[in-house]
Design a protein around this ligand. Structure first.
Ligand code: NAI
Ligand code: MG
Length: 369
């Protein structure tokens, strides 16, 4: 059995609390002989600043590069509000993304039946929902030059942001989306605004050409980003994989994630370029939520987003999709049994803490495996 090298960066606030539950799941899988892991741990964010004066040490970066996948908790908190800008906790995250070239951000929106009534949309619109947004993460208007505010000298100022995409950037994110669609329901919806943006024209042409060349077996459709935002709320179950640029993906993934529940439920992945020789790609998995300083240290955080992030690592880095399915089933069963952390409680219903939720998921997993 292959041994998977996993680096755990628990980070700050509730990060270590939810990571502790992931360690229980990993320990269980290891003990059962389902998967074998070589675990390393290091610091990131404020905790790294306290120890080393930087948001991530060079040694931790080396470990990150050597790992098959990274699991990250969360970084930040009021304690580090006044540290130097280059050493702020988020700088650790940004360095990981940049140095590992994590250009593809995957945000699933999965609706567990037991939580369908917690959505702001009607149960029938979201029940059974399972979509995946693939957002380009390292290009586009957040990075394009020129990016500046000019003083025009006549009492006016001019702000400039530039949307830039090269063919290779669109091509590689498109490949990620098509490959993922093949492991799901085989449909990709590509989104841009070619009606008003040149980058949208190139995006649509590049995705269309890639589809014709290598992915004819996958169904491809194009939707303008504004219309797609509307469709996500009207009839989200029409989608399987959605691929889009950095700016539209930022907004559309937030809409999609909130169709299905609490921040405490939402995992994510960030993937880098595939190394053809080894068949591996750099990958970091983390919950969508932050360090939740308002509840940190109280043992009440929901560990499901963090455990779901481990599930994504099993699926996308380790070829263990069937184990990831079992983790999702275990979570669904725990929720169906009525167990809830505070963020997803039914009004007036009982609440359990982080450790009890983690233990309940491991127990269900034991019944399924
Ligand atoms: P947040 O996601 O930490 O918290 C927002 C709200 O959701 C809070 O009320 C929190 O208690 C609740 N919440 C979040 N995760 C939860 C969980 N697992 N279980 C139960 N409740 C949960 O966002 P906020 O408050 O805006 O930011 C707090 C700190 O986290 C800041 O320093 C921010 O910069 C950082 N942050 C870090 C991120 C990361 O590491 N990727 C992402 C977002 C924020
Ligand atoms: Mg955002």
């Amino acid at each position: 059995m292959a041994t998977h090298k996993l680096l755990l960066l628990a980070g700050d606030g509730i990060g270590p609390e939810v990571m502790a539950e992931v360690k229980h799941v990993i320990g269980f899988l290891d003990k059962q002989g389902i998967a074998s892991f070589a675990i390393e741990e290091d610091l990131v964010g404020g905790s790294a600043y306290d120890a080393h004066g930087v948001a991530i040490s060079d040694a931790a970066m080396e470990r990150a590069k050597a790992a098959d996948a990274i699991l990250l908790g969360a970084v930040g908190g009021p304690k580090w509000a006044n540290v130097p800008y280059e050493a702020r906790p988020e700088a650790g995250l940004l360095r990981l993304r940049k140095d590992l070239g994590l250009f593809a951000n995957l945000r699933p929106a999965l609706c567990y039946p037991a939580l369908a009534d917690a959505s702001s949309l009607k149960r029938e619109v979201v029940e059974g929902l399972d979509i995946l947004i693939v957002r380009e993460l390292t290009g586009g208007v957040y990075f394009g030059e020129p990016k500046t505010i000019l003083d025009l000298g006549n009492g006016q100022r001019r702000a400039i942001d530039t949307q830039v995409y090269d063919t290779y950037e669109i091509d590689r994110i498109g490949r990620v989306a098509f490959e993922l669609a093949r492991t799901r329901r085989n449909k990709v919806t590509s989104s841009e605004k070619h009606n008003v943006m040149r980058s949208g024209v190139l995006w649509k042409e590049t995705i269309t050409a890639l589809h014709a060349k290598d992915y004819k077996d996958v169904e491809l459709e194009h939707q303008l980003a504004d219309s797609l935002a509307m469709q996500l709320v009207r009839w989200p179950k029409q989608f399987d994989v959605i691929v889009t640029d950095n700016l539209f993906g930022d907004i559309l993934s937030d809409i999609a994630s909130m169709l299905t529940g609490s921040l405490g439920m939402l995992p994510s992945a960030s993937l880098g370029a595939l190394d053809e020789a080894t068949g591996k790609r750099p990958a970091m998995y983390e919950p969508v939520h932050g360090s939740a300083p308002d509840i940190a240290g109280r043992g009440i955080a929901n560990p499901i987003a963090m455990i779901g992030s481990l599930g994504m690592a099993l699926r996308y880095s380790f070829g263990l999709g069937e184990v990831a399915d079992k983790i999702e089933e275990a979570i669904a069963a725990v929720l169906a049994s009525g167990k809830r952390t505070g963020d997803i409680r039914t009004p007036g219903g009982p609440v359990i803490g982080t450790a009890d939720m983690g233990a309940a998921i491991v127990e269900e997993l034991g019944k399924l495996i």
